[in-house]
Design a binder for this molecule. Structure first.
Ligand SMILES: [Zn+2]
Length: 271
């Protein structure tokens, strides 16, 4: 489905033609409204779009345990001629972004992140077997080295995603996996990895759990180093099992809300 005029916009955008070669009109219509010179300089081809986003609802599990969103109906089709909700959102709910400002005094807010850092190569490091036997598992440099031996070096500017398989628990209590004292147990990145990833020039990282640090972390050490280095994080990511270990392109549809420390985001992988 293409909105009126959008095909013409696409046709005029010569530099974008290579980007859309091999993709359908749906993809063309979707991206025609905002053209980044940097993206145009690096032609991309893709055959499928995979949604890495969970649907956010008041039932979606949150780190703090309270509902992440409320929808209040302000206008109703039958009475007012249209439907319209007011949203009350906790920033860090559902599939969402952590902007550098989340853990720094004067880091970039979500709206200030350069768009060139939001369309990036996606690398998926699979630790599902380790997470299955140890819910407190923390991804280490050994996991990254093993990934690189098999798939080659991390591409410059990549998003490095930790796949623990935890998204399959999203509808039940195991997603938070809180013990009797309230401590949560789910996998995350080991703090030592943060500094190394900064030197590898990643754009950001992603996890399929609720936090970049593992659930039992008390100091958020990975968050502090990585976001302190000006990178973003993505939490509560879905469907990482559907994308290849390397070769996909991630589109981070983060919130453009002035001063936001992050927020619910639409994540799409082009494969
Ligand atoms: Zn967050």
């Amino acid at each position: 489905m293409c909105v009126p005029g959008c095909q013409e916009i696409v046709a005029r955008s010569l530099s974008r033609r290579a980007f859309f070669r091999g993709a359908g009109a749906v993809g063309a219509a979707f991206a025609a409204t905002q053209v980044s010179p940097a993206a145009a300089a690096a032609p991309m081809r893709f055959e499928r779009v995979i949604d890495l986003t969970h649907t956010l609802s008041p039932d979606f599990p949150t780190f703090g345990g309270t509902p992440g969103i409320a929808l209040n109906k302000k206008f109703d089709l039958a009475e007012d001629g249209y439907n319209f909700y007011e949203w009350v959102i906790q920033e860090h709910s559902g599939t969402h972004m952590d902007a550098p400002l989340h853990f720094t005094k004067d880091g970039l807010s979500a709206d200030a992140l350069p768009v060139e850092k939001l369309v990036v190569p996606l690398v998926v490091i699979d630790v599902t077997a380790k997470a299955e036997s140890n819910p407190d598992y923390q991804l280490t440099m050994d996991d990254i080295a093993a990934h690189e031996r098999q798939h080659g070096p991390l591409p410059a500017g990549a998003c490095v995603a930790l796949r623990s398989g935890w998204d399959k628990h999203v509808s039940g209590p195991k997603f938070r996996n809180a013990d009797a004292s309230g401590v949560m147990h789910f996998p995350g990145f080991h703090p030592d990895v943060a500094k190394a990833l900064l030197t590898r020039d990643v754009s950001g990282v992603a996890v399929d759990t609720m936090s970049l640090d593992h659930g039992a972390s008390k100091d958020f050490a990975f968050h502090i180093t990585l976001l302190g280095g000006g990178r973003w994080g993505l939490e509560g990511v879905a469907n990482l099992g559907e994308v290849p270990a390397t070769g996909a392109t991630l589109i981070v549809g983060g919130p453009k809300i002035k001063g936001a420390t992050g927020g619910p985001s639409r994540l799409l992988a082009l494969v």
